[in-house]
Design a protein around this ligand. Structure first.
Ligand code: GUN
Length: 293
């Protein structure tokens, strides 16, 4: 078994992006600028946004964090989005999910200018992605493609089983891997909570992508000998043995699965750091008008 080191790959890519940002600054006299809207004080969301802001500093981007109370109204949130849409210095922005229950998430996604939608969540970007047109790819699927490429893991002709059909991971990665392209050409099965005989389906995967949000869901008996296992889950579970009383685990039961697979991503340090670099690369593409010219 080989460990896929997302932390190391993301560091390599950030260092390379840092050089590109220096060139960009020389050429244009400005630096790329990413903004994030954070609503409420969900600890996981705060941590993710904190990672994104730190990563911006690392590569030389400007970042702006817009913090809103969890009592914010839909209208106030829409106003903040409008301001960022109209601010010529902002290359891209994200609204960190999840949002409080009273906020209509679809309205928020639709309000973001597709040209600044560096999360790739707007249906315009999703549709462009699905048709193989230039688009901002959702950051996590983008990060997974970069990891597969970095480790020379062939996808053409392989059977990929994706477990979980979310709008931000499972569905887009299934589309990307099945497309006629260098990073695709796979045969993809998208399995989910209503899939019948799921263990048997997952066992057919040459590459298994676990994005179902249930700690330790994928176990040894579901993994074919030599399969590649990509764990997208980030779940906090109680751990009396640790100082904080909890620890992060993926959707894969790492200890039982690791022996039989060819490659596996750890949690933390696998897909997670790649999501951040996906977002930074999208922002840099936006600054360079690479997707929408
Ligand atoms: N919440 C969990 N993942 C993401 C992400 O990639 N983008 C945003 N905006 N929110 C998230």
């Amino acid at each position: 078994m080989k460990l896929i080191d997302g932390k190391a790959v993301s560091e390599e890519l950030k260092n390379s992006l840092k050089q590109d940002v220096l060139e960009y600054k020389k050429k244009t006299g400005r630096v790329p600028h990413l903004a994030a809207i954070l609503v409420g004080d969900n600890p996981a969301s705060k941590a993710y946004v904190g990672n994104k802001v730190r990563a911006c500093e690392h590569v030389g981007f400007r970042s702006t964090l817009v913090k809103l109370e969890d009592t914010v109204s839909q209208e106030q949130l829409m106003d903040e989005i409008k301001k960022l849409n109209e601010d010529p210095d902002i290359d891209g922005f994200i609204v960190q999910l999840p949002l409080p229950k009273h906020i209509i998430e679809n309205q928020v996604t639709l309000a973001i200018d597709p040209k600044k939608d560096v999360d790739g969540f707007h249906p315009v970007n999703f549709g462009r992605m699905a048709q193989g047109m230039p688009a901002f790819l959702p950051a996590t699927p983008y990060g997974i493609l970069l990891l597969l490429k970095r480790y020379n893991i062939e996808t053409a002709g392989k059977h990929v089983v994706v477990v979980g059909r979310s709008n931000i991971v499972g569905t887009p990665i299934s589309i990307l891997l099945s497309r006629k392209s260098r990073s695709g050409d796979a045969t993809v099965t998208l399995a989910h909570s209503r899939t019948r005989d799921l263990p048997n389906i997952v066992r057919q995967g040459d590459i298994v992508i676990a994005a179902i949000g249930i700690p330790g869901f994928i176990t040894e008996d579901m993994i074919k000998q030599g399969a590649v296992v990509i764990d997208v889950g980030i779940n906090r579970v109680e751990d009396e043995g640790s100082l904080s009383g909890s620890r992060l685990v993926g959707d894969v039961d790492f200890e039982s699965v690791k022996g039989g697979c060819s490659y596996i991503t750890p949690v933390p340090g696998g897909v997670g750091p790649m999501t951040v670099i996906g977002l930074l690369l999208n922002t840099f593409k936006s600054a360079n008008k690479e997707i929408y010219s």
